[in-house]
Design a protein around this ligand. Structure first.
Ligand code: PLP
Length: 377
């Protein structure tokens, strides 16, 4: 089956008892044994909803299939999925983290992990040679494209140099439609299903995909043992969203490309970050490892930030991304607000940087909105 077909069918066959084409929401915390014998001989798949439930099992199968992995694991949020991966680490383990990492991941590593004596090193991995001999790192943490500067990392080259480390790739921005890191040698793929997979800004969830059986057993134990699992309804919503992922991603990509071109030609815009633009440093690499350039665009405004944001009528000033509706935010006041200012500026996240999650509306309406706001700025 091809991607589009899997997105609609895998892990979502009609119910064998009722024929329901769409899986029902199995809103039950517990499952009755048919008899004592079934309990004695462990002959029942579903027992208690934290351990497993039909909606979660379906979603996990879908995500594994789309990421070309053998296993999927669903969580209550992207951060819960990330925390489960980080729980694989032991005191004195060393982690190499790409510099442009998601704010929540940075906070987890800097505010919570130090008490477990996890050593962290932030490296600019745009030159994989910079990884050097990885000096005994147990984990390498990567995002590509990154947030908010849309940097592209060479996943296959980093995988070649990972040594003993587990290579973890947060694939939230690219989605499995545009990029499959497991095929490039990554060990674990992370998703915030809150974003493109869910796609409608109506749920919070996370997921992992992987192929190694031993690693899966360890992560499964963490999933059910630490218990940050999603409810049946959120799994159902994520699965419903995934059915249209290919259609939405195509539109996100074409809209974002047009918007990036529009911004690049505007006099009040001093810089545009979008891997689909030939002048962006990650352009060639993105062409090799992705099947499209994604729906995220960032740019530098030369003008009044408040007047710009006040003049917008279609773009919503809100955090998050990946929904059908276009969202816009200044990372300095939103996703990167709590990064020390000096560190933030050193990473190139200026006060005038604006991040756009381009939705699936008509692109002419989106451009008209930006045009008006730029005129007002
Ligand atoms: C949103 C996001 C997360 C965190 O996901 P939540 O569902 O908000 O917990 C992690 N990584 C990336 C790249 C994200 O955009």
């Amino acid at each position: 089956m091809r991607f589009e077909t899997r997105a609609v069918h895998q892990g979502q066959e009609p119910d064998p008892d009722t024929g329901e084409v769409v899986a029902p929401i199995h809103q039950s915390s517990t499952y009755a044994f048919k008899g004592y014998r079934d309990l004695l001989e462990e002959r029942q798949r579903y027992i208690y909803s934290r351990m497993d439930n039909p909606n979660r099992a379906g979603l996990e199968e879908t995500i594994a299939a789309l990421e070309k992995g053998r296993f999927g694991l669903a969580f209550a949020s992207g951060m819960a999925a990330i925390s489960a991966v980080v729980a694989l680490l032991k005191p004195d383990d060393r982690v190499i983290i790409c510099e442009d990492v998601y704010g929540g991941t940075y906070r987890l590593f800097e505010r919570i992990m130090p008490q477990y004596r996890i050593e962290r090193a932030y490296l600019d991995l745009t030159n994989p040679g910079g990884l050097g001999p990885n000096r005994g790192a147990k984990m390498i943490w990567l995002e590509s494209p990154t947030n908010p500067l849309l940097k592209i990392y060479d996943i296959p080259s980093i995988a070649e140099r990972k040594g003993e480390a587990l290579l973890v790739v947060d694939n939230t921005f690219a989605t499995p439609y545009l990029q499959n890191p497991l095929g490039f040698g990554a060990d674990i793929v992370v998703h915030s299903t809150t974003k493109y997979l869910g796609g409608h800004s109506d749920l919070v969830g996370g997921a992992l995909a992987l192929s190694d059986g031993g690693l899966y057993e360890r992560l499964k134990l963490i999933q059910i043992g630490m218990g940050a699992v999603p409810g049946p309804f959120d799994c159902w919503l994520a699965q419903r969203g995934i059915k249209t992922l290919p259609l939405r991603m195509k539109r996100h990509c074409t809209n974002a490309e047009r918007i990036a071109q529009f911004l690049a030609g505007h006099e009040k815009v001093t810089g545009v970050y979008y891997p689909g633009l030939a002048q962006c440093p990650g352009h060639e690499l993105a062409g090799e490892q992705m099947r499209g350039y994604g729906g995220m665009v960032s740019f530098e405004l030369e003008g009044d930030m408040e007047r710009f944001f006040e003049a917008l009528w279609l773009f919503r000033l809100a955090p998050s991304l990946g929904g059908v509706e276009s969202l816009i935010s200044p990372p300095a006041l939103m996703s990167h607000r709590y990064l020390p200012r000096e560190e933030r500026l050193r990473r190139g996240i200026t006060d005038e940087l604006i991040r756009v999650s381009v939705g699936i509306e008509h692109v002419d309406d989106l451009i008209a909105d930006l045009e008006g706001a730029l005129a007002a700025a």
